[in-house]
Design a protein around this ligand. Structure first.
Ligand SMILES: C[S@@+](CC[C@H](N)C(=O)[O-])C[C@H]1O[C@@H](n2cnc3c(N)ncnc32)[C@H](O)[C@@H]1O
Length: 214
């Protein structure tokens, strides 16, 4: 689906960008550097960068078509916003070199990737985030999850079936399994926020260092 400006457009991103931004504004410090994984159409990036004026927001995606959309969307922003967005980066979570050596970020943001990519993407996301996050940085993921001991909404069950029919390697992920991959990478769940349409916004941070041996 295309927006009136003829760039690829996601109606879901248009609907959820407001509630996600409200959580980002509540959770994040006033300034920092963000790396967005799987930026897709770039609607989120433009909306979040505009609503977080102290932040530099790095878009990324591995898909060449998405990258040209991200470039075009950035080019239509005003000069100040363009400067805080920077050129989009070609990035697949599985690659080891997410950022140039020595460059760290305060936020890794990733919406709607884990259910629409093979399960290996989860470990890759957690390990990559752990590599590039500064000590107090956080990984924020957004999307639908299956939560143990909680009934999954019928709309999410239908979405899961649809995803699996499109690609057997896709599907909604269990929050416990995602948390296990996070733990293996040295990250842990710090906060969980319920957002509209049965989605969760999850904040992952570094596990506290163990006690200093005496
Ligand atoms: C459903 S779209 C989500 C786009 C956007 N984050 C949103 O919420 O509207 C999934 C995106 O994940 C990207 N993607 C797929 N596999 C990926 C991978 N291995 N690493 C990084 N991004 C990936 C796709 O190119 C696509 O842009």
């Amino acid at each position: 689906m295309n927006a009136p400006d003829d760039l690829p457009f996601s109606p879901a991103a248009e609907r959820n960008q407001g509630p996600i931004l409200a959580q980002l504004q509540a959770v994040l410090p006033p300034q920092g550097h963000a790396l967005e994984i799987a930026s897709g159409t770039g609607q989120h990036a433009l909306h979040f960068a505009a609503g977080l004026p102290g932040w530099h927001w790095q878009m990324s995606d591995p898909d060449p078509q998405a990258l040209s959309t991200l470039q075009a969307r950035r080019a239509r922003a005003d000069a100040a916003l363009q400067a805080r967005l920077g050129p989009p980066r070609a990035l697949d979570v599985h690659q080891p070199d997410w950022l140039p050596p020595g460059q760290g970020v305060d936020l890794v943001f990733c919406a709607n990737l884990l259910h629409i990519a093979p399960w290996s993407s989860c470990a890759a996301l957690m390990q990559g985030a752990a590599r590039v996050l500064r000590p107090a940085g956080v990984l924020i993921t957004y999307g639908p999850y299956v939560v143990a001991d909680q009934p999954t909404a019928p709309s999410n069950l239908a979405f899961d079936a649809d995803l699996k029919a499109r690609n057997p390697a896709w599907g909604l992920r269990a929050l416990d399994a995602v948390a296990a991959e996070a733990q293996a990478a040295g990250l842990q769940l710090q906060a969980r926020h319920a957002l509209p349409a049965n989605n969760l916004l999850l904040v992952w941070g570094r596990q506290p260092a163990g006690p200093i041996p005496t």
